[in-house]
Design a protein around this ligand. Structure first.
Ligand SMILES: Nc1nc2c(ncn2[C@@H]2O[C@H](COP(=O)(O)OP(=O)(O)OP(=O)(O)O)[C@@H](O)[C@H]2O)c(=O)[nH]1
Ligand SMILES: [Zn+2]
Length: 188
């Protein structure tokens, strides 16, 4: 990532909005933002599939594995302000092709840490798991609040956007899908 270029651009923005980028409080702001962008856009240099190490296990678990309430922060690609919330990721492994539970959360991090759309974030998670683990099915549900809808524009704080992506068995089998959704909504 070209941090020097980000610093220059932020200085330019500060001047353009009529601020003095050399005043005490702002002098280090371009550098801080460059460091922050390196962190929050770090997913751009990663492939979500690279996290999905496959463990071939002796024990055959061909039932639902669901990690729910994975918190995430991403940046809306239209306004470059945050959208954030929770991801629920479930899959039914096939032929012992399991992955580590934390790896599912790592996939979420990789796709969240880039300029993003909620729909694309959701499908990227489902597709990465589908392609790398070839499971019976994948279900991903994302609930998020978009700052571009709350602090500006239409100004609807508290509104939640829910997206889902279902693949494989969850697509065909309404009962399996309903069971996974019931577990996702459990305790709400
Ligand atoms: N589908 C989708 N839309 C998004 C997402 N994040 C932000 N948006 C929307 O992107 C749209 C951009 O609309 P534009 O009309 O180009 O921009 P704008 O004039 O700033 O729009 P307003 O937000 O309505 O003021 C808005 O409707 C946003 O709510 C997202 O993750 N998915
Ligand atoms: Zn936006």
């Amino acid at each position: 990532m070209d941090k020097k270029r980000i610093e220059k651009a932020i200085r330019e923005i500060l001047e353009a909005i009529g601020e003095n980028p050399d005043r005490e409080g702002l002098i280090d702001t371009p550098k801080r933002i460059a460091n922050m962008y390196e962190e929050i856009f770090s997913g751009l240099k990663e492939d979500p599939q690279e996290h999905l190490e496959v463990y071939f296990q002796q024990e055959q678990h061909e039932e639902l594995v669901l990690v729910k309430d994975i918190p995430f922060y991403s940046m809306c690609e239209h306004h470059l302000v945050p959208f954030f919330g929770k991801c629920h990721v479930g899959y039914i492994p096939k032929k012992g092709k399991l992955t580590g539970l934390s790896k599912l959360a790592r996939v979420v991090e990789t796709v969240a840490r880039r300029p993003q759309l909620q729909e694309r974030l959701t499908t990227m998670i489902a597709d990465a798991i589908m392609e790398k683990l070839s499971p019976h099915g994948v279900i991903v549900v994302v609930e998020a609040e978009h700052m571009c809808m709350t602090m500006r524009g239409v100004k609807k704080p508290g509104s939640q956007t829910i997206t889902s992506a279902v693949r494989g068995l969850f697509n065909k089998d309404a009962k399996a899908r309903a069971e996974a959704m019931a577990l996702i909504n459990l305790g709400k």
